[in-house]
Design a protein. Structure first.
Ligand code: BGC
Length: 776
């Protein structure tokens, strides 16, 4: 009867809302109860490189999953050259620079439509790993060096894709920030750093978007493979954050399969020829893996499989032109204007002759290499698009360098001549394909020598030089002071050339902001000493100080800071207010600021809110991004932007209580246009209502007793037991001696007092003090 009702509902509802009405875990559990042990194990690995196994006798379907984050790459096996044509959107480092979650959501919806049209149930993305070093080979595929920015964009992207009945696979969980030795390397990260830096993007997206799957990474975390880490997959992902989908291995990330099942790994990909399925069966038979645990894991996989299949929409046709237009719109919001001396941009319509120099002007670099590589439906180049938009201007083109980035005297001479004959030069440069790829890291920040030389030489020939960069990650800029304007276009996808033309001509006012710091030199970077690690152990010694957190603390001037980006208009920040300046950690705090467009054209500004703790208990970054909002403003228009702050915005991760904790005290809330331009400040006094419960032990330090609830009495008791005197310090000399005593012994474990007090501080004294202090 229930089946008939559900069927009727299914006929009247769309596939998606039908899917929402079904309890797939219940359905999956019933099916699992009917399976043989071998059938259960079979569902724990793929059938092919991209699909799961079906079980015909139980009506269990196979689902198809494929990359990738910025476009569909559906191919036969591993031959990516023949993937289906699909819209190539800007890659993740570009998308994050839009600081626009609504746009990321729209892009996600479009990606899902293309997935539906190609019968793909799960799209393998987004990648939310932190950019620990600018040299990370896959930085173009990751959002940011900041977890809040990455988590916000990821959440919107996932919600966008999944709103159309297609699942996502948020990856690569966790601490996968280098490509070198990626399948074996151990990321050695302390607990606080994991929780404050490497986890939150995953955590935010799990809590706010519930990706259908999470992909575990290849690497080990503190010695344990992510694919068999109960800490990562079970304790953190499932128990702490409430993840409801299944974990899929990165392709080939499995180590010991049965240990993986026990830890919480649902699906092994790609197909492993059945030998790992057999290992699962053997482990259950031997009793080293419980069948109940296997059942739980299979239910995870099956529930998503059933939902995914039911959510498939038949007859979807992709409007390729519309998607190309969307890709262009997204890309234009990702472009970051880094320098614009003499307001040389937007290009004046009065310009008669512009020289376009550099192969990328005609043959754009628009995506990175590896599993995310899409076969685009078309490619727009900046030269052609500029010609369409600036009809009154003549454009002359010089290649400048070859595809490897090398140049020669003849190419330079031609470009220089071209530059001399023009009123303005636009040089297209950046990183060639081979410089950025999955599978290996960069070994320096430099663009090819040919690109740098071309810029330097044409800059001598013409005073009006605009450099447009196409690259997936930060580069050094030895010519920074010799050029008039710098436009960071990132890897803008197939329509990136059109987006560049839109921004250069002023059709679109640039509004991107850097989602990563552009350091001046490699030596300045937080991981300069040892990245990538090559000895099997990556020591995350910089701790929480990655990206701007490091440059700010060390007072290092980067080329361009995190959050930075110019506009063709100007914005003024004023009137910061708070609903309270003295609050309890349980209170919600509202901060409001006014932002005004003080220029002549409409524009969008990313209002950024950072928090600074005045006196912290542990080493904390100067300022940390907590909220941001992108606002559109007409010339002269002013808007009030409000942010709601909760306790998490002020807290740090405490390794004694294994939880987020606020130390009572003053916090500055800073608001502005980049991590290094925060003109507004509001100080808030926050009272913690959940102080960390400290258990005092024989090894607790003398100074720690000062923080005990009844510290004055306890402290006096300790001093008295040690000195054997009840006399209070009265004279100046006595006070000095007491202060010296305190300073000398501050860092001493309390049990050492027994050894150093000449027998006055006894075992009984210690017991009495611990009893008194732990009672509270
Ligand atoms: C990559 C993943 C990708 C998978 C499937 C792996 O090598 O690390 O990001 O989704 O291949 O193509």
């Amino acid at each position: 009867m229930k089946k008939i009702i559900l069927l009727l509902i299914g006929l009247t509802l769309s596939s998606q809302s039908y899917a929402q009405s079904v309890d797939y875990r219940e359905k999956a559990a019933k099916l699992v109860a009917k399976m043989t042990l071998e059938e259960k194990a079979s569902l724990c690995s793929g059938e092919t490189a991209w699909s799961t196994k079906a079980i015909a006798r139980l009506g269990i379907p196979s689902i198809f999953m494929t990359d990738g984050p910025h476009g569909l790459r559906k191919a036969e096996g591993f031959d990516f050259t023949n993937s289906v044509p699909a819209t190539c959107f800007p890659t993740a480092s570009a998308l994050a620079s839009s600081w626009n979650p609504a746009l990321a959501q729209k892009m996600g919806e479009a990606l899902a439509v293309e997935s539906q049209a190609n019968d793909v149930q799960i799209l393998l993305g987004p990648g939310v790993n932190m950019k620990r070093s600018p040299l990370g080979g896959r930085n173009f595929e990751y959002f940011s060096e900041d977890p809040i920015l990455a988590g916000t964009i990821a959440t919107a992207y996932i919600n966008g894709v999944q709103s159309q009945g297609v699942g996502t696979s948020m990856k690569h969980f966790a601490a996968n920030s280098q490509e070198t030795e990626r399948m074996s390397n151990s990321s050695n990260v302390d607990e606080r750093t994991l929780n404050e830096i490497y986890f939150p993007a995953f955590e935010m997206a799990v809590k706010n978007a519930q990706p259908w799957t999470v992909m575990c990474s290849y690497n080990r975390l503190n010695g344990v493979y992510a694919s068999e880490s109960p800490y990562l997959l079970n304790d953190v992902l499932k128990k702490q954050w409430g993840f409801k989908g299944f974990v899929v291995s990165d392709w080939g990330a499995v180590n010991e399969r049965a240990a993986g099942v026990d830890a919480g790994l649902g699906l092994e990909m790609p197909a492993s020829g059945g030998f790992n399925d057999k290992k699962i069966v053997d482990a259950v038979k031997k009793g080293t893996l419980s069948e109940a645990r296997l059942n739980e894991i299979v239910i995870d996989v099956l529930a998503v499989t059933l939902k995914a299949k039911d959510s498939h929409k038949k007859g979807i046709v992709v409007d390729k032109i519309k998607h190309n237009e969307l890709a262009r719109q997204v890309s234009s919001e990702c472009i970051v204007l880094l320098k614009n001396d003499n307001a040389i941009l937007p290009l004046k319509s009065s310009l008669k002759k512009i020289a376009i120099v550099g192969d990328f002007g005609k043959n754009p670099r628009y995506q990175g290499a590896g599993s995310s590589q899409v076969r685009p439906t078309q490619i727009l180049n900046a030269l052609t698009e500029l010609q369409k938009l600036a009809k009154g201007t003549q454009f002359s083109f010089s290649t400048g360098y070859n595809t490897a980035g090398e140049t020669n005297d003849a190419q330079i001479a031609e470009a220089v001549q071209n530059a001399k004959n023009a009123e303005l030069v636009i040089v297209f440069a950046g990183l060639p394909d081979s410089y950025e790829s999955e599978g290996y890291d960069r070994n320096n920040l430099d663009m090819p020598a040919g690109h740098n030389k071309l810029i330097a030489e044409v800059a001598k020939a013409n005073a009006n030089i605009v450099v447009v960069l196409m690259n997936g990650a930060a580069v050094s800029m030895p010519w920074k002071n010799d050029v008039t304007a710098i436009v960071e276009a990132y890897l803008g996808g197939q329509a990136g050339g059109g987006a560049i033309a839109d921004v250069l001509t002023g059709k679109v006012n640039p509004s991107g902001k850097l989602s990563e710091t552009f350091p001046a030199r490699l030596e300045d970077t937080p991981t300069a000493m040892d990245f990538p690690s090559r000895d099997g152990n990556a020591i995350y010694g910089e701790g929480v100080f990655i990206g701007y957190r490091y440059y700010d603390k060390k007072k290092i001037e980067p080329n361009f800071p995190f959050g930075y980006g110019l506009s063709y208009t100007t914005f003024d920040y004023s009137d910061i207010t708070a609903n309270t300046t003295s609050a309890k950690d349980s209170d919600e705090i509202t901060i409001a600021v006014k932002v005004k467009n003080t220029g002549k054209v409409a524009g969008k500004e990313v209002v950024q809110l950072y928090v600074h703790e005045q006196e912290s208990e542990v080493a904390r970054p100067e300022n940390e991004l907590k909220h941001f909002e992108k606002v559109s403003l007409l010339p002269g228009e002013e808007k009030t932007v409000s942010f709601k702050l909760t306790s998490r915005d002020f807290a740090y991760y405490n390794t004694k209580s294994h939880d987020w904790v606020i130390k009572s005290g003053k916090f500055d809330v800073l608001v502005g246009s980049s991590s290094r331009n925060l003109p507004l400040k509001q100080t808030i006094d926050i009272q913690s209502t959940k102080p960390v419960k400290v258990v005092f032990t024989r090894e607790s330090l003398f100074k720690e007793f000062k923080k005990a609830p009844n510290s004055v009495a306890i402290y006096a008791q300790i001093v008295q037991s040690f000195t054997g005197s009840t006399k209070k310090a009265e004279t100046e000399d006595e006070k000095k001696a007491a202060a010296f005593f305190e300073a000398m012994l501050a860092d001493m474990p309390i049990n050492k007092f027994m050894l150093l007090s000449g027998g006055k501080f006894t075992e009984e004294s210690l017991e009495a003090i611990l009893k008194a202090v732990n009672q509270n």
